[in-house]
Write a protein that binds this ligand. Structure first.
Ligand code: GAP
Length: 517
């Protein structure tokens, strides 16, 4: 575990050192849980978005895209339930004046029990060596059993409090914190306030005059922009149910516990798709979208063992099925994408609050109905983090050297080809530029002339560039270059005229999409 945490720290500093992700407003000491994407980060992020968009919109004839505004009529958030119910339970420590999410304090306490159990098992493993029977130890060790019982009882109680009739039982949450003797990590005391609900939406005002101004919200999800455009798109696109509307865009949440780098941010980006279906068919479509979305993730080649579904036992009142796709991050399996069967809740609510009829006339059986919805919702930043964590690799080389290499899928890599002149003279830089000027129309190329070739290779390995080319004096004679492959570090002499053919297919988004056939 400690080793995994170590890797995570390395990924975070690598992101900064190599221009992937910077803390926002860093010269002013940063802004909590807000990040900027640098010169390499933006390319990787754009490639992830393209991979999603091309799969969802280009490969599905019955899905179209939109780009709706971030500002929306405030009643939308009343209709969607966000004004009344998009809350986190918060608790303050009176001594440190620090605020915490009460549910997270308890989840951390559960994690502490888990850690204690794992430590106990690890110690025994070391003690007994090869003869260690882990299952038997877990089933018989008095210490492990005692901790496991405490952990399970806490988990059970926590579930009951979070899923209480009529919403979260706030008093119950506080009582658990007191009973478990959870202390504030800053003050070390148990001087807690009551637990209160805190709405996660950011508010601002629209309109200049103080009187005429109205409160509006920064959208906490992009989905509502799709629901309120359902009629527009269905009519103008003459869409037939089942069909989908996809969107990529920013979302904002005033997260109180913002941690794990870009995993939980206050400003982030979502890629969401709402798929409108005939009532009664939604659970088949839910299963279908589970399959399709999992296939999309796995086509990146990170290994099926690193993904799992986490089906929700307790559903929101408007949902009749929900699951998360989780990815194995260095800090455990974590949600990257949610797939929800949202019934006709959102469209019905908007019909009710707007007074407009939002229905679909089905020409096949002459009926009108409010379509049901399957939603797929993935965070771009979480996807980015999972790609970085999986690709980051420290390799021991022959001769004792090490290299850090980002084994990114070539189609996602920020730079596809780096071109180096061996020296800065004899017309080699000009020849290198000639190659770039020809290939830059097809994929992202980068010119580098500083330092020895070995160092240049290392810099490109560190940002995940799959191909490097070196131009030397022989190039001037026979138009051949040395092509070097990132993963194997193998080199071969190839003709300049063949470079496009060798590289283009491997670095295109299409190469990933073909894995999905
Ligand atoms: N429209 C449904 C919806 O927004 P969600 O589970 O709240 O569902 C969907 O969010 C996805 O958005 C998550 O799976 C996650 O990838 C991403 N996400 C949510 N909150 C986030 C945050 N604070 N920072 C980064 N990504 C976030």
């Amino acid at each position: 575990m400690a080793q995994q945490e170590d890797i995570f720290k390395k990924v975070v500093s690598h992101c900064k050192e190599y221009g992937f992700v910077f803390p926002s407003s860093e010269i002013y000491d940063g802004l909590g849980a807000v990040y900027d994407y640098g010169q390499n980060g933006v390319e990787l992020k754009n490639n992830i978005k393209q991979y999603w968009w091309q799969y969802m919109v280009l490969l599905h004839e019955n899905i179209v895209g939109i780009d709706s505004a971030i500002f929306m009529h405030p009643t939308i958030w009343k209709a969607s339930g966000h004004v009344d119910a998009f809350n986190d339970p918060l608790i303050d420590n009176r001594d440190s004046k620090k605020r915490y999410r009460a549910d997270v304090l308890i989840e951390d306490q559960i994690a502490k029990y888990d850690e204690k159990i794992e430590k106990e098992v690890a110690k025994a493993r070391k003690r007994f060596g090869d003869s260690f029977d882990e299952a038997q130890y877990r089933a018989t060790s008095a210490r492990v059993l005692e901790d496991q019982a405490k952990r399970d009882a806490l988990h059970q109680r926590y579930q009951e409090v979070m899923n209480a009739e009529g919403g979260i039982d706030l008093e119950g949450l506080k009582q658990i914190i007191l009973d478990e003797e959870i202390v504030c990590p800053i003050s070390g005391t148990r001087n807690w306030t009551d637990v209160r609900q805190f709405n996660l939406m950011f508010k601002t005002e629209m309109g200049a005059a103080a009187e005429g101004a109205s409160t509006i919200y920064l959208r906490p999800e992009t989905a509502q922009g799709i629901f309120v455009n359902y009629l527009n798109v269905q009519k103008t696109g003459r869409m037939k149910v089942p069909f989908g509307i996809a969107q990529i865009g920013k979302a904002f949440r005033n997260e109180i516990v913002a941690r794990q780098f870009i995993f939980r941010m206050r400003e982030f980006e979502q890629m969401e798709m709402q798929f409108f279906v005939k009532p009664g068919t939604e659970l088949q479509w839910f299963e279908e979208w589970k399959k399709r979305r999992m296939a999309w993730h796995q086509a990146l080649g990170f290994g099926a063992e690193n993904y799992r579904f986490h089906d929700h036992d307790k559903l929101a009142h408007y949902a009749n099925a929900a699951t998360d796709i989780e990815f194995k991050m260095p800090f455990g399996f974590k949600e990257v994408e949610g797939i929800h069967s949202r019934t006709n809740f959102d469209l019905s609510q908007h019909a009710k609050y707007s007074g407009k009829k939002i229905e679909y006339f089905d020409p096949e059986d002459n009926t009108s109905y409010t379509p049901y919805v399957i939603e797929t919702s993935i965070g771009v930043d979480r996807m980015f983090l999972s790609v970085m964590c999986h690709s980051y690799c420290e390799e021991k080389l022959e001769g004792g050297d090490t290299r850090v290499v980002l084994r990114l899928p070539a189609a996602l890599a920020p730079v596809k080809l780096a071109v180096f002149p061996l020296t800065k003279k004899d017309g080699l830089p000009e020849k290198a530029h000639e190659i770039i000027n020809d290939l830059k129309f097809h994929f992202n190329c980068k010119y580098e002339e500083k330092d020895q070739i070995g160092k240049r290779y290392r810099r490109q390995d560190a940002i995940g560039t799959p191909f490097c080319v070196t131009v030397d004096n022989q190039t001037l004679e026979d138009n051949t270059v040395t092509l070097r492959y990132r993963d194997t570090m193998e080199q071969e002499r190839v003709n300049i005229a063949d470079l496009r053919g060798i590289i283009e297919d491997q670095v295109s988004i299409t190469s990933l999409l073909k894995n999905l056939k």
